[in-house]
Design a protein around this ligand. Sequence first.
Ligand SMILES: Cc1cc2nc3c(=O)[nH]c(=O)nc-3n(C[C@H](O)[C@H](O)[C@H](O)COP(=O)(O)O)c2cc1C
Length: 393
Amino acid sequence: MTLKGKNILLCITGSIACYKSVDLYRRLKEAGAGVKIIVSSSAGRFISPYIFESFGEEVFTDDAFKSPLAHVSLSKHADLILIAPASFNTINKLAAGIADTLITLVVSASQDKPKVLVPAMNPNMYANGILRDNLNKLKEYNFHLASPETGNMACGDFGEGRFPDAEGIIFELESVFKEKTLKGKRVLVTAGATREYLDPVRFLSNASSGKMGISLANEAVKLGADVFLIALNIDAPCQYINKNMRIIKCKSFTDLKDTLPGEFKQCDILLMAAAVSDYSFKEKSSNKIKKGDLNLNVELVQNEDLLKALSGIKKEEQRIFGFAAETDSVIENGRKKLMEKSLDYIFINDVSKNVIGEDENEGFLINKEGKIKRFGRQLKTELAGKLLAEIIK
Ligand SMILES: Cc1cc2nc3c(=O)[nH]c(=O)nc-3n(C[C@H](O)[C@H](O)[C@H](O)COP(=O)(O)O)c2cc1C
């Protein structure tokens, strides 16, 4: 929880998306952040500051003269200034160095504090050249940008400019607080479970949800890596997936076998969290097999061990992090797999503890020197950070 204990100054400016800042406020509080709020005069026309006051918050309005020196004290108190939604007007004022509202004044006094802008406006306004130039200028001054989404707008237009989901904004804030320890590194992640089809509707698979792999991919993005996710049958995402990663969808062992080696050659770190089927059907039918025709003694063939094959083409500087699921002799079996597949690390999910498909996980990390570290039950999102920290070490 990177936002736990952080002081966020939430500045709300006059966009039709203002009402969404209430949900954002709630999510910040859930994440353990302390939140102070400024509502601009225009924003106050869209939502009442009383909403936040009724949650027990002190809300500052745009009149800088009403709370003398609030701009200095608020910027000193904040660990991060979040302008969400950030209006066309306020963004352009900030770039011009205008400080005629409490929000622009606070920013003017917050030289060393991280600042995140979440623009939300009509697509034509967002495409406006003056705004674009000014956003680029603000980026040069180390403002972070949580890009708006593309979709239907309140005005009926379709395009880029929608206020993003709170999850995307929280992700951006967490990224700001992370050291970019994987900057310049290419990280390849596999997540989910393969499906081996018997016919177009029936398949052999396993219960892996993809949550561990997605958590690792998200975390690698936060640490500044160039991330490529191979998503296996994660059609309705089981959790938030950040859009700043390349994603390719695969279904079967064969799809993965065709995709993985080419991508592996270009990566620095492979995190193989997907659960790949050990077997496929010897014969597959292109038509749905009729109930009476189904041979109950279907024959299986063993799939090649992809990780073992990749270890054979691995370059000295590349790192391979494998994952295994074990119910018994967990460490012994994990160690055997690490050696057989020549991995740098293996994390053994203790699946006897009901972790498959859950938000939490627990297990053991073994490195190639044989060092074992136990990770107690915790959120997969938190475990992901700790596992990546082991590689970075
Ligand atoms: C109905 C209405 C909707 C608006 N929606 C937006 C919007 O979504 N995004 C935006 O940047 N400006 C929008 N504006 C314009 C801003 O509210 C206006 O530029 C205002 O001066 C912004 O002031 P502020 O930046 O100090 O909050 C809207 C104005 C009106 C009247």
